[in-house]
Write a protein that binds this ligand. Structure first.
Ligand code: ZN
Length: 259
């Protein structure tokens, strides 16, 4: 009897031991799954999902035009009754009489303030112009050439290279600013491109939604002489696309229209 009972006890012990081993292995197995640890195991195989392969970044797709992308040039004149609500621009804390489209004037003000903060205080020379004022500028330029002995037709042709024909000036839109260094009193001249302010503008203007509208190498495209002082608001996305790809607004629209 005593022998039999001992045998039964031993069997009980064996079962208990086996159960204990099972429990320990089961817990250890779970722990290994959670941590990914384990001897001779391929690390992270169970837990990790493969990182997505980064897709290569080709030429960014063309951003769609917005309400500030209107193309104005000799072939695309503004209607005579074109109207825009403007307000005076605050230039680096100073209120000016220069008018700009009220919807986006804060972008211009941010650009002017940041240029000043970077050590390049700005002087505005022109912003929004009415079509009548544009007419006066154009006629003045024609008279300059007439006084130099040009014929009327030749004077008009030459004047149109420097001053937009009334109704065809971007300045009529209220989305354009002509800027030079603070303190500069001369005419708008192409040597402005040698100024650090110009370099800063070319590098940063797109961050505020502006483009250099009449680049040096694109006179044949724009029909306007190189104007390093003339900046046009088109919205940040479009501005970045145009500046990064060395385009003009004409070329942007051509790309959009060609799909
Ligand atoms: Zn201008």
């Amino acid at each position: 009897m005593a022998k039999k009972s001992k045998k039964r006890n031993n069997r009980k012990k064996l079962i208990m031991a086996a159960l204990l081993v099972l429990v320990v292995f089961s817990i250890r197995g779970r722990f290994m799954l959670m941590t990914g640890a384990g001897v001779g195991e391929t690390p992270q195989q169970v837990v990790e999902t493969p990182a997505p392969t980064p897709t290569p970044q080709p030429t960014p797709s063309i951003p769609q035009p917005n309400e500030y992308c209107t193309l104005v040039n000799r072939a695309n004149p503004l209607q005579d009754d074109y109207d825009v609500q403007t307000r005076g621009v605050v230039n680096n804390g100073v209120q000016t009489d220069y008018q700009f489209d009220v919807r986006v004037v804060e972008n211009l003000e941010a650009m002017l303030a940041d240029a000043a903060a970077a050590g390049h205080p700005v002087l505005i020379r022109s912003a929004h112009r009415t079509i009548n004022y544009q007419r006066m500028l154009y006629n003045n330029k024609i008279n300059d050439y007439l006084n130099r002995g040009y014929t009327q037709a030749a004077a008009e042709t030459e004047a149109a290279k420097w001053v937009a024909v009334p109704g065809t000036s971007e300045h009529n839109l209220g989305l354009v600013v002509d800027i030079v260094n603070q303190g500069y009193t001369g005419e708008l001249e192409q040597y402005f491109e040698e100024e650090p302010l110009f370099t800063w503008l070319v590098e940063n203007c797109a961050d505020y939604g502006f483009i250099l509208r009449y680049p040096k190498t694109k006179e044949a495209v724009t029909g306007i002489v190189y104007e390093p002082w003339h900046y046009r608001y088109v919205g940040k996305e479009v501005a970045k696309y145009i500046m990064e790809n060395d385009l003009t607004l004409e070329e942007y629209w051509e790309a959009i229209n060609n799909g």
